[in-house]
Ligand binder design. Sequence first.
Ligand SMILES: [Fe+2]
Length: 192
Amino acid sequence: MGKRSSIIKTLRDIAFDYSDAPVPDLAAMGRELGSALHARHDEVTQALGALRERRRGFERWMLAERGKPAASVLVMAWPPGYATPVHDHGGLWGLEATIAGALEVESFLKDGTAETLRSVGRTWLGPGDATWFEGVDDHAHRCRNLSRHDTALTLHVYGGDLAQYLAYEQPGPSGHWIARPRQSLIAGRLTA
Ligand SMILES: [Fe+2]
């Protein structure tokens, strides 16, 4: 029997396998990533637990990226209480799964001009839970670490390189939103 792959490699392989299809089965990808995160919890903690102790603010770590078919896999560290702005994903499809801790994800629908955004629901993700969105232009969301004390870790798979995206702010009570371009900064690379 061969040596079992590292958990990093396993997560990358699941993400890349499901990303091969023109329209990936994100529900199945989420189930398989969730099962691996549950079944190999100790290895996950060993491989990624240090990212919870750095206390350097919100960080994105690149786990793997591929050009064709395009996909990228990242791990993100969320300080206690940290919340993203409402943001889109440059039209890419995407999936996020909680590795450790608990997140709230509030989804929004943009209208054509992106001047209005409507909240369309919230979901809560514990360890191994996943949520996803298709590669459409009208989706945005806001994510928040529900813990006041612990850093959360999440795994993200996107259908390409999410170097740029739009963050949305609501400067006043008028319901009007302003979009601002943002760059995705990478803290470093994770290796298997
Ligand atoms: Fe996002």
